[in-house]
Design a protein around this ligand. Sequence first.
Ligand code: NAD
Length: 355
Amino acid sequence: MDTFAEMQTWGHEQVLFSHEPSCGYFGIIAIHDTTLGPALGGTRVWQYESTEAAIRDVLRLARGMTYKSAVAGLNLGGGKAVIIADPKRADRESLFRAHGRFVETLGGRYITAEDVGTSPTDMEFVKRETKHVAGLLNLSGDPSPVTGYGVYVGMKAAAKAKWGKDSLAGRTIAVQGAGKVAYYLMTHLKEEGARLVVADIDQEKVQRVVDELGATAVAPDAIYDVEADIFAPCALGGIINDDTIGRLKVEVVAGGANNQLGEMRHGREIEARGILYAPDYVINGGGVINVYGELQGWTMQRAKRKAQEIYDTILRVFSIAERDGIPSFEAADRLAEERIKSVAALKDMWVAGDR
Ligand code: NAD
């Protein structure tokens, strides 16, 4: 892979590498676009099979963050970090302090947080070396309540676009996953009077929502065949694919999981079947809103109020899709690009004391 060619194709600003021999730290930070603000995105720890695989992943993830924050209306750019290591490694302090020193060298151009393979405790080690870190213990903490709430309001917007009214009372929602995001989503759905059908590979989690929220359980693979109004993927990525699309008996797909489309073409295929798709990174933006709130010193209530805007954003995405005759996942990209372009086009004004 030619890294510069990839950066040129996808518009990345900067890619940095760092090595700390004392603890065998190998880290990469990718900054995609800082037009709207400092690049924010979590740190992923993964045992990549090669440096090239790690670069590919960090480039893709950093770009995704630019789009997610742009459509969420935040003053943030997109970036991401990866550490090439076993996510279960025991010597967390040295690893994450080395990472913190690396983040600090960027002076705030990149702000890190948790991702796959990292926890708030790891971020506390990062914090010893840099202030450019969020997702800390006793601050905004677990983003799932805000993410779940954002998915709920985004689902209501999708209902409004599909059926003309946004009430979910009496609607049947098939939820894949009964983890953190799914749980909070389902509490709101239950409160509104929706019927819940749920599947998870973890039986304890399923039992909790059956007991607490009156959900009906189905086997993990059966969730795609449930006759329902809405399918809410809240577990894995890539679940809208050649094997599942033909099985879906729903009119809307709206859920919290990242990267729901197996490939881009599945976003077109699902719409060709008359199923309205609420793009994943728009509807699950509550997580990044929560982290942004931590940086701004917001309460969870304020973060939730910001997450309410996901309702209007989802409707805007659908109207751009209609305006331009494109599928909704492309319309989401267009909305993000339009915001970045319009901010970039603002005329620079000379201010006394400037440069
Ligand atoms: P989680 O680990 O709490 O929940 C995921 C659940 O999916 C687990 O209960 C797991 O057992 C279940 N699962 C795994 N494989 C499954 C399968 N084949 N069938 C059914 N269930 C299966 O994670 P989470 O934080 O709730 O995140 C869920 C999704 O939302 C992920 O895709 C995540 O990237 C995305 N997301 C989360 C947040 C957040 O704030 N937590 C924000 C944005 C996006």
